[in-house]
Design a protein around this ligand. Structure first.
Ligand code: C2E
Ligand code: MG
Ligand code: MG
Ligand code: MG
Length: 278
């Protein structure tokens, strides 16, 4: 292709680049407006107890619909929000919306603990713990109904990790390690992080019923987590076969399309009991 790239090709390339840059600028501008006005939705996916089949909590996942009606995946706009600093107001909106929802459920007699995803930027922000505590106060939500999910990349600096984790503990909110196994840290790193729950990434769950290696790895993660006094959750459970394997390995909790897709808050009551063979 390089050989045939004469002037014409070069111009096409330049125009494509300009169009891409323009589209990105427009997306960024619209994201800024959405962030200023809280124009997002939270959908919720149940976390299910593997032993009882009961929903033990829900994870809040952000959704953004553009003016054009197009849905943008958080996998696409959260990185942009991080780059531009918009993650600060967006993250605060998520926490406040989730806390209000949890308070609403509590008052309605259907208490559910909500887990909110945090970006590394939020974890590293010194003012962040104060923001969480302010939101708990303002919503009058007992802290045991809020949980945060962080990734390994937010825990790279030991000092920051410890300050954050002890701060959460002091506030009375639980901390989960999201997407475990995809980051840089080793299993031994877990011993240094006082976490409540380890979430095994979907890329392992996916192969647990068909690949012995994936099964061995998941078994190790579960054993180590348990030895350290942490619970374990398998992300992205889609089949009964996968559920049967993680159940046999002693995994505590599961999440995935087998039980429910993420749904708007009002739809949660309508989810049928998951099919778990006890
Ligand atoms: P995550 O926290 O690991 O969330 C799990 C993702 O897997 C969600 O995608 C969920 O819809 C999807 N998922 C759940 N079960 C299954 C399954 O059985 N099969 C498959 N194929 N997928 C499943 P989603 O909602 O698109 O979110 C993607 C990522 O974006 C999240 O990964 C999280 O890292 C980030 N994110 C979402 N909401 C927020 C937020 O409010 N704040 C921040 N900072 N990040 C968020
Ligand atoms: Mg998560
Ligand atoms: Mg995850
Ligand atoms: Mg994941």
């Amino acid at each position: 292709a390089a050989k045939s790239s004469g002037r014409g090709t070069y111009h096409v390339f330049e125009e494509a680049t300009a169009a891409t840059a323009m589209a990105r600028l427009e997306l960024e501008q619209e994201l800024r407006e959405a962030a200023e006005n809280g124009l997002f939705q939270l959908v919720y996916q149940p976390k299910v107890s593997v032993s009882s089949g009961e929903t033990v909590g829900v994870e809040a996942l952000i959704r953004w619909t553009r003016r054009s009606g197009e849905q943008v995946s958080p996998a696409e706009f959260i990185p942009i929000a991080e780059e531009t600093g918009l993650i600060v107001p967006i993250g605060e909106w998520c926490l406040r919306t989730a806390a209000r929802q949890a308070k609403g459920w509590l008052e309605a007699g259907t208490p559910r603990k909500i887990a909110v995803n945090l970006s590394p930027h939020q974890v590293m922000n010194e003012r962040f713990l104060g923001i969480i505590s302010g939101i708990l106060e303002e919503t009058d939500l007992p802290p045991q109904y809020l949980e945060v999910e962080i990734t390994e990349s937010a825990m790279m600096d030991a000092e920051i990790a410890n300050r954050f984790l002890s701060g959460c503990r002091a506030l009375g909110i639980e901390v989960s390690l999201d997407d475990f196994g995809t980051g840089y840290s080793s299993l031994s790193r877990l011993t240094k992080l006082p976490l409540n729950l380890v979430k095994i990434d979907r890329s392992f769950t996916q192969h647990v019923s068909t690949q012995e290696k994936a099964r061995a790895l998941v078994r190790s993660i579960i054993d180590i987590a348990h030895n350290l006094g942490m619970r374990c959750l398998a992300e992205g459970v889609e089949t009964q076969e996968q559920l049967a394997v993680i159940q046999s390995l002693g995994c505590d909790e599961a999440q995935g399309f087998l039980f429910s897709h993420p749904v708007p808050p009002d739809a949660l009551g309508q989810i049928p009991a998951p099919s778990i063979n006890l």
